[in-house]
Design a protein around this ligand. Structure first.
Ligand code: G6P
Length: 612
């Protein structure tokens, strides 16, 4: 989704802004732009449709130079991905404008504001909601000459979600930023300061960050440094040192971030487990102070998430019901937030999110807090994110920065977190601890390492998919959500239309689609549902369908032209969904590479969806 970078320094900031935009590319975008104030105090901007490289090329032909600037990657919401709609947007009478603004999010009341401005003679050059903000701030600035006050006056008039960065030719050593509903961090340098929508964008210039909170406004300026305001009052926010190092932002020896992240899974799962298991128990303190007392009262669980995180929640439902005996509901956040939810007594509310900034998930949490839940727990990968700050309890997964838009390691670490939650709830409710399962969890990283050895046979298998237009994924029990996740991965990065069904539903519709052109992928570990799945597989073979089965090393299914079996290392049935995710990730990856798509930044998708 859109990305913001802004810099106030004693050196030329064009390079810092461009590098920041490149580091934000993973979020997904369709155009990019930047603006600086040059040595003559004039605002100059450059914008380009497509990749940051296209912007860089334009800048190579006509570089911009200045000690203050703002930049943006845009993911179109209002108006097509054309250059005229790319940010920064400008306002003001000077040629090239006097004020520039970049914006993430959506201004919901932009239409009446636009009508009002047009009636006053303002001529709009773009179709965006952002341009309204530029003109409103410019007008307010005209009255006081104070950029901070002009931004605050404008914020009082706009509804919606936003993160903003603004600069003005007549306030040449100031940048003002604001956040409400979209993340924004301040980078603290030595005699220089920065704003970005993500700390990763600024790691080349600083490792010290202030995470702005909802409603915060920030002013960067020479002399006064970094000032933060909440509800108009000057306040202090603490500065944090970024712990993950900058290596996470590089691909290293891997061709794509996605492949690197798939291969990181054994290590990041080990990190997620570290310090959280003791003997044959899961430490409830992993979820925060007081979690144990809360868990003892839980009688039901509601899990809310979006996208891949939602699939993790679907797996957890099977675990929570089977291992902890807790009735569990799982729902996508965009539906939940608009429903009249009935909350049974003693229900725990759980959100799952890699980024902790997904707009629908955050809105669901805020709605849930108005209802009668026992408490809200977030399982999240980004420390300091809105979701963790606003929840009562949080379990931080240790996936590290995930750059590939298609989520991989964030998903499997969420599953580990959810299994730890399940075991904690079981323990605190007085049920016997699951010593064998805790031991299997400890061994999981090593088993995942073995599964990654399937890379070469899966790369070979992927050739059977590259020319196909559709694929069907089947699973039963906990493997049904894994089939859904496998289908989602394939469609996200290879653009092959893929659907997943519980294997038992095959004969109720999708079987009509099965023929030699429809590859069918079945996830079939050696669990209690295997026999039933075998009959479903016969149904596919009988219709001439081509079958690809991922099955436990011990499962004998035979092999024939229309049946390919790939063996996955043996594992405890409960942990199988985590393990079986890896070969499906590798399959989509290799199909996408064969098809030549943009694996890490698939078209139209965004990493962190901070608008509704
Ligand atoms: C976007 C991403 C997905 C992700 C979903 C939820 O759609 O492309 O990979 O699963 O958002 O994101 P979250 O950060 O809340 O897990």
């Amino acid at each position: 989704m859109c990305g913001i970078v802004a810099a106030l320094a004693a050196r030329n900031v064009q390079g810092i802004l461009l590098e920041g935009l490149k580091r934000l590319e993973y979020r997904g975008y369709d155009s990019a732009g930047l603006a600086v104030l040059n040595a003559d105090g004039e605002l100059r901007r450059q914008r380009a449709v497509g990749k940051v490289a296209a912007l860089e090329e334009k800048l190579a032909q006509g570089a911009l130079s200045g000690h203050i600037g703002i930049a943006h990657t845009r993911w179109a919401t209002h108006g097509k991905p054309f250059e005229v709609n790319a940010h920064p947007h400008v306002a003001g009478d000077a040629a090239g404008g006097c004020l520039a603004v970049v914006h993430n999010g959506i201004i919901e009341n932009f239409e009446p504001l636009k009508r009002e401005l047009e009636a006053d003679g303002v001529v709009f050059e773009s179709e965006t909601d952002t341009e309204v903000v530029a003109h409103l701030i410019e007008r307010a600035f005209g009255e006081t000459g104070d950029l901070l006050a002009a931004v605050q006056t404008t914020l009082a008039r706009i509804d919606g979600a936003y993160a903003l960065a603004v600069m003005h030719a007549e306030a040449p050593r100031e940048i003002v930023g604001a956040r409400k509903g979209s993340p924004l961090v301040v980078g603290v340098g030595i005699d220089e300061s920065f704003i970005a929508s993500d700390a990763l964008a600024l790691l080349q210039v600083t490792d010290r960050f202030i995470y702005l909170q909802e409603g915060d406004v920030v002013r960067l300026s020479d002399g006064r440094g970094i000032e933060i305001f909440a509800a108009g009052e000057r306040i202090e926010r603490s500065t944090h040192t970024y712990e993950h190092g900058d290596a996470a932002a590089s691909r290293g020896e891997y061709r794509h971030f996605m492949l690197k992240e798939i291969h990181e899974q054994p290590a990041v799962i080990a990190a997620t487990l570290e310090g959280r298991l003791s003997g044959s128990r899961v430490l409830e303190s992993s979820f925060g102070v007081g979690a144990k007392t809360l868990f003892a009262r839980v009688e039901q669980v509601h899990i809310i998430a979006c996208g891949t995180s939602y699939h993790a929640g679907m797996v957890a439902r099977y675990w929570l019901e089977k291992l902890a005996g807790l009735p569990t509901q799982v729902e996508v956040a965009s539906e939940y937030r608009y429903r009249d939810v009935v909350v049974p007594k003693n229900t725990l509310f759980v959100t799952l999110s890699q980024s902790g900034e997904t707009a629908d998930t955050l809105a669901a949490l805020r709605y849930a807090k108005t209802l009668d839940y026992l408490g809200a727990l977030a399982i999240c990968n980004v420390p300091g994110s809105s979701l963790t700050r606003e929840s009562d309890f949080a379990l931080m997964t240790q996936a590290g920065p995930e750059i590939g838009v298609a989520s991989t390691k964030a998903f499997t670490t969420q599953l580990v977190g959810l299994l730890m939650l399940t075991l904690s709830l079981r323990q605190t409710r007085g049920d016997a601890c699951e010593a064998a399962l805790v031991q299997a969890l400890r061994e999981l990283p090593a088993t995942l390492d073995r599964a990654l050895e399937m890379d070469a046979p899966i790369a070979e298998l992927s050739e059977a998919f590259a020319e196909k237009h559709h694929a069907l994924f089947l699973g039963r029990g906990t493997q049904f959500p894994i089939a859904l996740e496998g289908a989602l991965k394939l469609k996200e990065i290879s653009y092959i239309h893929a659907e997943a069904y519980p294997a038992g539903e095959l004969k109720h519709g999708p079987l009509a689609l099965v023929d030699a052109d429809m590859p069918v992928i079945a996830v079939a570990p050696n669990d209690e549902l295997l026999e039933k799945l075998k009959s479903n597989l016969q149904e596919v073979r009988a219709r001439g369908g081509q079958l690809f089965v991922f099955a436990d090393e011990g499962v004998a299914l035979g092999s024939a032209d229309e049946l390919r079996v790939l063996h996955v290392p043996r594992i405890d049935e409960i942990l199988a969904p985590i393990l079986y995710t890896l070969p499906l990730q590798l399959l989509s990856y290799h199909v996408a590479v064969l098809k030549g798509t943009d694996v890490d930044q698939p078209r139209n998708l965004a990493k962190s969806v901070t608008v509704e």
